[in-house]
Design a protein around this ligand. Sequence first.
Ligand code: ZN
Length: 268
Amino acid sequence: MRRSLLTRWFPLAVVSVLATAAVSKPNQGFNIFPIQQDIALGEQVARQTDSLYLAKGQLLERSKNARAYTLLDGVVKRVLDNGAIKYRKEFPWDVKIIKDDATQNAFATPGGHIYVFSGLIKYLDNENELAGVLGHEIAHADRRHSTRMLQQQYGTGLLLSLVLGNNPGQLVQMAAGLGQLKFSRGYEAEADKYSTIYLNGTHYYSCDGAAGFFIKAEKEASSRTPEFLSTHPNPGSRIQAIQKSAQQLGCTGKTVSNTNFQELKRLL
Ligand code: ZN
């Protein structure tokens, strides 16, 4: 009896405490959500995202695409092990490929579940560019941009009801819209900057890898606009900012082997 009462009242109490905190502390880039909520929300969104793309027959299974995943995991792991990921141990950082050659995009859910479209891998020219884009998406999750933004837009109550699984409709919508999620200019600039920091920590990649995507996209802007560019505007100024940060870190101009990257492309 005591336990069921506690279960019934606990969420309400947490909502009211968090709501009070939200009112008394207007957002200053501070996330009042504990990290466990990013993890719980991420699990739910990833489950919805998986079922969305499974239903479309586009989610590539690990068991049937072992070699492609080994190659992609290698890049992801190298970026993740850069030493500057705050939630390296707390978040699962699993990566999944969505087979859709027409979509040049990637995204990460709150709590670090990464999704990469086959179209992005096929669009990019080398592994360094892929590492740069992955670094950018990993930064969005590790810097908790999704929950900070959702908290600002919808308030803590809705976020908490998502975490608790009380709002399945909204979860489906969120999962469907994640690739199109538009972050503020400040969050985008931060993710670009962290991409250079992460790549520097790999002691392997050239830190301006993410700029490679924007340079390519800008050149081809008249013929086709990649999906990633629709949520990541102002390529010109971003290229400059990424290259400036990479130069300050002193890690530009490195060339890495593309043998694995070319094999990955062929397998998709
Ligand atoms: Zn972004």
